[in-house]
Design a protein around this ligand. Sequence first.
Ligand code: BG6
Length: 524
Amino acid sequence: MTETVLNLRVKDILQRSGRGARPANPCTMVIFGATGDLTARKLIPSLYNLKRNNLLSNDFAIVGIAMDAHSDDSFRKDIAERIEAFAIEAVDKDAKEWLLSRTYYLSGQFNDPAIFQKLKTLLGEISTRHNTRDNAFFYLATSPRFFGEITRQLGAAGMIGEENRFRRLVYEKPFGNDLQSARALNTEIRSVVRERQIYRIDHYLGKETVQNMLVFRFGNGIFEPIWNRQFIDHIQITVAETVGVEKRGGYFEHAGTLRDMVPNHICQLMSLTAMEPPNSFHADAVRDEQAKILNAIQPLTGESVLHCSVRGQYGEGEIEGMGVLAYREEPDVAPDSKTETFVALKLSIDNWRWAGVPFYVRTGKRMAARHTEVAIQFKQVPFVLFRETDVSHLEPNFLVMHIAPDEGISLHFSAKMPGMEMRVGGVDMDFNYADYFGTDGSTGYEVLIYDCMIGDQTLFQRADMVEAGWYVVDPILDVWKALPPRNFPNYPAGSWGPKESEEMLERDGRHWRNHLHHPPVIHR
Ligand code: BG6
């Protein structure tokens, strides 16, 4: 957790108690791809939330750019509708009107220098009108194929220089589609902007529960001494979704789950679970430690890809009692598609803390439940004490960080069941975020946008981190490409993935945790 994030939470609390908080720096947020889904679902609601919490500067403005024809007024109308839909009841009219009164729109092609000249002029006018001090950050909520072009055009139009102002660029994922393309993109954009101006988004870092992993590990004395290979048997990371590819078949056919989830979100969860304590919460102190872990993940080589990776594609099935289509029947998906919608990997981190501790990770669409968690399984105690009792076996201790949807942390341990005989039950000690902190209706992007405005890069990917993520998955992509799957679809929608995923753990004498809520398990 960064100072910023801590501050934001504190600010939130201060704000609610009416004691004030520090708004972000004056600036204009320029959104490329302003008529797209991300702008509508995340960016505009986040700006509205930030305004309501008094975390935007009074000297703030928004410029939307996209190819669609719009006037300032028609764009404002769309934004008003977004805010009303997001807020559902009791829209804060003042916050809405305030945002609309400082929103502008430009329509054009991202490869047309003229639109960048118009933007430059508009930013100058806005700086005078709204006192934004000529500060701006450019949010590229576009298809990644425009990242290089937009960056070059901004540079050519003289909009990147930081004399007496700041200029920052925010890149959404995916950042490249393999190691080579990610490297090429880094080289391309860094020939125009400096690394300290670049904010590569991984929206998982906007999640409170993900940020809390650092506080949990380093703000408590009791976990760190046992957070290593001496006490930990293995770690399981599950990112299970019940949704299918929705309307994103076109993108997904080229990406697949491995590219879509592993080099970014799963690698983030791994690095936060495994990293050493940073020297401070400064951006590079935290990111250096994360990068060390990413670089220590051992890439699977040819032979090991076959044993330590599983891919799957969902067939038709049932989700929450409703019949759903197979992946191959989804819109924009080929009827013989070989694209994976499920991945399970056995990875290892080659350093002193983690040598010999497997990290089993899996992620998939159309799975049995929506659930993201990091589960730490501790080593078993010797059974000797229970040898002459009725207890047949003991359950391992699990510490589970529930990332979504029921945010919290639980510790699974054995307890004596009341009664004359020796009976042992597995029980859970639960901390539930909502019970302590309530639910705040945030989108997860508020903190990321706020950090862009104040210039804190802690929650953003540095070039080396992005490349390290691709370094992990590249060899798997190569082997999978050379050996196309022959058994797709190989798991029904609504299940926990292909049987090979369970078999991968069984070979090591382990199992995936598929039960989400444990009733006490009694062992006699
Ligand atoms: C995105 C992926 O980055 O993350 C999607 O492209 C995926 O395919 C999504 O559904 C999951 O994010 P969240 O926040 O819903 O867990």
